[in-house]
Ligand binder design. Structure first.
Ligand code: HEC
Length: 101
């Protein structure tokens, strides 16, 4: 039993270190992203594929907290009032591009 608990704790700890959005649900993030049409401006800015804004060489996002901040800024663009959980979900989804650790 002790061994089992130790193993579970180890897994939880290593999981948190590897994932900057441990409580984020990427599937829900994608849903929000589509629902609020987040790429409507990004498509224009990037001349077609808005997702390219997330992999720009001069990306504004260097860390998980940068990403959460930018999601907060851009949420104003779509008139959304995202909860902390929504932002985590969007972060978890967008991290498919950023691959932040
Ligand atoms: C009204 C237009 C508009 C909408 C709608 C919009 N954005 Fe943005 N977004 C921008 C602009 C402009 C930038 C680039 C800002 C800059 O380069 O200073 C940007 C940049 C970003 C970036 C950073 C890209 C990078 O790595 O440099 C993220 C992340 C982002 N937006 C997320 C979102 C999310 C999530 C939504 C939907 C909730 C959203 N945006 C909706 C205009 C918009």
């Amino acid at each position: 039993m002790k061994l089992l608990i130790t193993l579970m704790l180890l897994c939880a700890a290593s999981g948190a270190a590897a994932d900057p959005f441990p409580k984020g649900n990427a599937q829900n993030g994608k849903k929000l992203f589509d629902q609020y049409r987040c790429n409507q401006c990004h498509d224009t800015i990037m001349g077609g594929d808005g997702n390219k804004i997330f992999t720009r060489i001069k990306s504004k996002v260097r860390s998980a907290s940068d990403l959460i901040d930018q999601i907060g800024v851009c949420s104003g663009n779509v008139g959304a009032n995202f909860s902390a959980q929504d932002k985590q979900d969007l972060g978890a989804y967008l991290n498919r591009y950023y691959k932040l650790k």
